[in-house]
Design a protein around this ligand. Structure first.
Ligand code: GTP
Ligand code: SPV
Ligand code: MN
Length: 590
């Protein structure tokens, strides 16, 4: 039965394929109205006004936080749900041991029953969006259908959404289909399904971040990683930062750290005062699409247009850029409030929470005031360190790739891979303590290859092979590094100050790439000696530095054995080159 759904805005007759799909979803979900997103400021203001009126958004102190709002998600819906996230390929082997899998027809049938009639009292929003600059040949488009106006507001900030994207879709003739409904926010009826072979996503029952803003992890990583293998590029969970040295040269680094392990902070880094002449420029804070260029270098674009960043820990000392950025026109999710209606979170040294993230009077006995995974949504254009090259259609050339995890021991502050092939093993070996960004236990060390464990849309064995193939195509490949800002001493104290001071480590990398910096060779790769790092003005004792740069052979033997066991799970899909690299490390260990 076709509904007489009211069209709130005229259907742009640009793409027949989009219109046909919207019609079929309308028949399935039975919305009361359809709204085609235009992407204008007026539209965002109108949606905000509606949400304020319905009590779903709260305006924050207009004087100190102009244009800022608070949204509280359902308390059972505050992070990604990896156990409910599936890759639905025809062959289970193609999804690999790294993904949950359901056969696609079965998955569609299950989702169809959930979506049937689910928008009856709701408006269906059609969000055409472009991931990447609208004029970039590296950008790719999608359309998200959702019944959550909060999702629309986020997508308007996070992507290039609206009429211009629809025009590009009409021109490209292709788009990723993302269907989303918050359903009843029932964790028992919550699934995030991906169909890489169909370039389609179906997400039901969650309104939160990576589960619901389908352009982000679902499209730009899970589906895009699949597209990237088909087309010969890489879709990665990486920030992109440009560093201008006192010599006046700018180099770009792309860095993969797992969720809530420091990408946004490194992307917006403020150089320490003791290192004059350095400047940092943000290109992206979460996702990089990397393409081999005609010049033999690797080129990167940021597919996103905004930041969906971790709030706790943001303050003028750790990240002044973010702190300034989120003082206006920002959408806060799940932070606490002060008595005078300002947002508050753990890690702020000023103000005091009186209302917690669930809207209850704050009681320390009930846990933190702000949710540990509370987030800000802000336009990249509001970032004081936004790179003037962030929207270059060709992207920026990458000098170094960096992998990093959150590890209290084993991994030193930094080491350098011998070559691309070794670097792929370094990425594949990434392990990190789990964080509040996903539902589940926090602080458990798990393997998270390339920081893509929750995000790779296919078998990791095939993915590592693809990485090796990309390297073989690069005449001037970036050097590859591993970092760990989170190493601790025996008392549990962090050894490294982190944040802006991380520049010292990045500067060493760039000097290495330019053939200027020294290193010492260890079994796991090359490490700086204390003398190779610029330590002027840094308050870290020689003991702590030594601790940061130690490679404990016994711990590394254990690490290699764990890695061998882990890689073994990928059976015949595992490239033999990675085992050869692992053997070579083991042979070199004292
Ligand atoms: P996602 O958005 O989940 O992908 O996270 P992210 O990788 O962008 O992490 P983010 O930069 O938001 O940092 C997460 C948490 O780690 C915040 O609470 C930060 O304050 C903290 N953090 C970031 N960088 C550092 C660092 O260099 N040292 C230490 N100790 N903590 C850091
Ligand atoms: C992450 O968890 O890595 C994020 C936040 O960047 S989310 O959009 O929820 O995936
Ligand atoms: Mn992320």
């Amino acid at each position: 039965m076709a509904t007489a759904a009211r069209q709130l805005t005229p259907l742009p007759q640009l793409s027949r394929a989009v219109a046909d799909w919207v019609n079929s979803v309308r028949e399935l979900t039975q919305p009361r109205a359809i709204h085609w997103c235009q992407g204008s400021d007026a539209e965002a203001r109108e949606l905000t006004a509606q949400l304020l009126q319905r009590g779903e958004l709260k305006a924050l102190d207009a004087e100190r936080f102009p244009g800022c709002h608070l949204y509280r998600s359902a308390p059972n819906d505050v992070a990604r749900v990896e156990h409910l996230t599936y890759i639905c390929t025809r062959s289970q082997e193609d999804a690999g041991p790294n993904n949950h899998w359901i056969e696609p027809q079965q998955a569609h049938a299950k989702m169809r029953e959930l979506f049937r009639g689910c928008m009856r009292e709701r408006t269906l929003y059609v969000i055409p969006y472009c991931m990447g600059p609208l004029d970039s040949p590296l950008a790719r488009c999608g359309v998200e259908i959702t019944d959550s106006p909060y999702v629309v507001l986020n997508m308007l900030i996070m992507t290039r959404a609206g009429r211009a994207a629809l025009e590009r879709i009409a021109h490209d003739g292709a788009f990723v289909r993302g269907l989303h409904s918050i359903g009843e926010l029932d964790p028992e009826r919550r699934f995030i399904m991906h169909f890489p072979e169909e370039h389609a996503i179906e997400s039901f029952g969650s309104g939160y971040g990576g589960n619901a803003l389908l352009g982000k992890k679902c499209h730009a990583l899970r589906i895009a990683s699949w597209q990237a293998r088909e087309e010969g590029w890489l879709a990665e969970h990486m920030l992109i930062v440009g560093l201008e040295s006192p010599r006046g040269e700018t180099h770009y680094l792309a860095c993969a750290f797992p969720s809530a392990c420091g990408k946004t902070n490194l992307a917006m880094l403020i150089p320490p005062a003791s290192l004059p002449g350095w400047r940092a420029y943000t290109v992206g804070d979460d996702i990089a699409w990397l393409h081999p260029g005609a010049d033999g270098r690797l080129w990167a674009i940021n597919p996103e247009a905004g930041y969906f960043g971790v709030v706790p820990g943001t303050n003028p000392e750790t990240n002044r850029n973010a702190y300034e950025m989120i003082r206006r026109d920002t959408l806060f999710t799940n932070v606490a409030l002060t008595a005078d209606n300002q947002p508050w979170w753990e890690g702020l040294s000023t103000g005091r929470p009186v209302i917690d993230w669930q809207g209850r009077p704050y009681d320390p006995a009930k846990g933190p005031a702000a949710h540990p995974n509370s987030r800000f949504t802000a336009s990249a254009r509001r970032n004081p360190s936004y790179s003037p090259h962030a929207e270059d259609p060709a992207g920026v050339p990458i000098t170094a790739l960096v992998f990093g995890g959150r590890r209290r021991e084993v991994a030193p502050l930094v080491y350098e891979a011998r070559d691309w092939r070794h670097g792929v093993l370094v990425g594949a070996s990434l392990a990190s303590e789990t964080t509040a960004a996903a539902v589940g236990q926090v602080g458990v060390t798990r393997r998270d290859p390339m920081a893509m464990q929750p995000f790779c849309g296919y078998n990791f064995g095939d993915y590592w092979r693809h990485w090796l193939d990309i390297g073989a195509r690069l005449a001037r490949p970036p050097r590859i590094y591993h970092v760990n800002w989170f190493r601790r001493d025996a008392q549990g104290q962090l050894l490294w100050p982190g944040y802006g001071e991380n520049l010292r480590v990045l500067a060493w990398m760039l000097d290495r790439c330019a053939g200027r910096a020294g290193a010492t060779e260890a079994a796991i790769g090359c490490l700086p000696r204390t003398a190779d790092l610029e330590l002027r003005g840094l308050d870290v004792s020689a003991d702590r530095l030594a601790g940061l740069l130690t490679v404990d052979a016994a711990l590394w033997r254990k690490e290699v054995a764990e890695m061998r066991e882990y890689l073994g799970r990928y059976g015949s899909r595992l490239p033999a080159a990675l085992l050869a690299e692992l053997d070579s490390i083991e042979r070199r260990l004292p």
